[in-house]
Design a binder for this molecule. Sequence first.
Ligand code: MN
Length: 430
Amino acid sequence: MTRVIHTGDTHIGYAQYHSPVRRQDFLDAFAAVVDDAIDGDVDAVVHAGDLFHDRRPELADLMGTISILRRLDDAGVPFLAVVGNHESTRGGQWLDLFERLGLATRLGDEPTVVGDTAFYGLDHVPVSRRDDLDYAFADHDADYAALVAHGLFEPFGYADWDTEEVLTESDVAFDAMLLGDNHAPDVAEVTDTWVTYPGSTERASASEKEGRGYNLVAFDADAAGGDDRVEIRRRALDTRPFVFVEADLREGEGAARVREKVRQHDLDDAVVLVSVTGDGDPVTPAAIEEFATEEGALIARVTDRREVETDAEVDVSFADPEDAVRERVEGMDLSEAARDVDEAVRADTLSDSNIRETVKGRIEERIDDLDAFGRGEADGSDEGSADPDGEDTETDVDETGEVVEAGDEAETDQPDPAATDGQVSMEDYL
Ligand SMILES: [Mn+2]
């Protein structure tokens, strides 16, 4: 039997709400998972991608991560991982550095056997390049096999990756797919294989309301009993408290009522997210945010949904706004690069990502392939892709600026990919 912790989407380095405290929280959550791994004496920690929030993590986050990985290594627990979409660079990956330091194993199409289980890896691959995948994995002679992958797999929300196709085309019969990317924890069975997301380890966006945690996975036919060969249990993590306040105002009610609703919660060191709906008087979000922080909140954000609702009335005619957007985008005859950008901008709502970096990364990946820019950069800078999360308004400017800039770069005779590749900063640290 092999017992592992399955985690992912730790997003180390994410200064959510521009808060250094939140930045530390993401690192602390990873440390907590590793502590549990050591205390629980598991056989390995399996990380399904997005260890870092950014392709170029800062030195403090790198050093913090290395010391956590070293603790795990000192305890004799291997760290097995794949690369996610947030941290993907064109050349070397941070994971390769950790591997060279003897602190991690980058999973791939050759088996990495721990106990009696063979682990394989599938890094994140953009939708436009998935047709080239043949899901060829080398043979193994272990009792069990698991595929660790990063992407949005069926049958879960926002899925764009056909899980059944992966499983049927693969040469290896997997007992489980241990996934990352979707920040909502879930588990399902697809063609006799368990498919599961552990969820993010800290709330990376306001939509991640439920408690955070990780999976404890046991490959053991006896323990699982019956037909099952794998047992998946969820373990909770003690993370930064988030307080969600719904203030549904009636006519005549205003800021005083919102403050009253806020005060009903334990605000101590919490991220407080207030949503104002209903009728009533206008409120000033900044004043309520200040009130909440004076009452002990770490961070407070107030969203007045009443304005949004008026604007969004036109959306009622769409059964699914995402479908409508997808349909429209498909009819636009965009270049491959533009589709990559569109995909990045829209798919990242799950994690409230740093869209600027992701878009830049996707363009950098294609910079040697001028055909990918076939339809010109005007399509690529399509401003129609709104950020449905509504949180990172600053990225609107950035993503357009970034695309145009990268498109220009692609047309120069001698693009210097090294100058913009994360590998350079990695070597700086070596
Ligand atoms: Mn993620």
